[in-house]
Design a binder for this molecule. Sequence first.
Ligand code: SF4
Length: 215
Amino acid sequence: MAFKEYREWHSKCNLKIVAENLIKRGFKAKCFDDVNEAKNYILSMIPPNATVGVGGSVTIRELGIIEDLESRGNKVIHHWIKGLSSEDSYRIRMMEIGSDFFLSSCNAITVDGVIVNADSSGNRVAALAFGPKHVILVVGTNKIVYDLDMALWRIYNVAAPMNSRRLGVKVPCAEAGYCVDCDSIDCPVRIIEIIKRKPQAGDYHVILIDANLGF
Ligand code: SF4
């Protein structure tokens, strides 16, 4: 057995235990080895006439699923559009929350199946808690952490620095690569949401992929 195979085996074990624990918490969960296979599965879950809101998510953009949905006729609502006025951005975020399906990732997921997200304006965490009847969360193995402390560590020291750098905001973590606990108004971690069990309304699918995806 080559060394890589041990890594792959361990990664699959992690995905399997997370999926089992998510199911115990009321979520639907499914594991995939391959990004395209996962994407095709998600496309098969969404009717062609459904509206699809997309949260601020690098994972979803990396999947390339927005283009696939649009090309087959789905109305996709997302606010990562250059040059949007703040009024339009607000309006679109509200429409995302009212869509039939909502696609997003999370910032961390614990081995025992708790989903943790950080947000700055709050539209993504709002939609993940209430609004769209169907939530599909796409999660790569890089988001799996042992517990809530590790989830917070990951949010501040992995997700926040990369997102701040991507957005070009002048905060210390965008230079240092880790959180220095500053007081910047531009901190991307203004809200932290912990989803312990499936929210009562709607259905919730977590698609776990054996790949490094998003921040
Ligand atoms: S507190 Fe400051 S350094 Fe830490 S994540 Fe927020 S912006 Fe970055």
